[in-house]
Unconditional design. Structure first.
Length: 123
């Protein structure tokens, strides 16, 4: 059963998992649920890094979803760091991971530019 999350060709369970963060930036995510989301995703990053990187590369909008909530919740920060520092990636997935890292940096830089005049960024 545990393997089936990645064996499903439509990846319905992964889509359902990541739909949790598919909300506008202005919507504050529930911090308790973010903690659970963090635990689940961290588990899969540790146990199946190749498959998570492949899925995230196929669905690059996930990076935008994660970075949309970086300033709202520390669990999102933790996930972004885990994705950037994932180990055990080999072969062609190294290029995919590097592209994901570039997308993360690009999205974060856009956030900084977008929020440059906001008070909470300078406090």
């Amino acid at each position: 059963m545990v393997e089936s999350i990645f064996e499903d060709p439509e990846k319905k369970l992964l889509c359902a998992l990541f739909s949790f963060i598919d909300l506008p930036e202005e919507v504050q995510l529930n911090s308790t649920l973010c903690g659970y989301f963090n635990k689940i995703l961290s588990y899969w990053i540790l146990k199946k890094p190749q498959q998570i990187i492949e899925y995230m590369h196929e669905n690059l909008q996930i990076i935008s979803f994660l970075t949309d909530h970086v300033y709202l919740n520390s669990s999102m920060n933790d996930i972004v760091i885990r994705v950037c520092c994932v180990q055990g990636i080999v072969g062609e997935n190294i290029e995919k991971l590097n592209e994901i890292r570039q997308n993360i940096l690009h999205c974060l830089m856009n956030k900084l530019e977008h929020h440059q005049d906001d008070d909470f960024m300078t406090e």
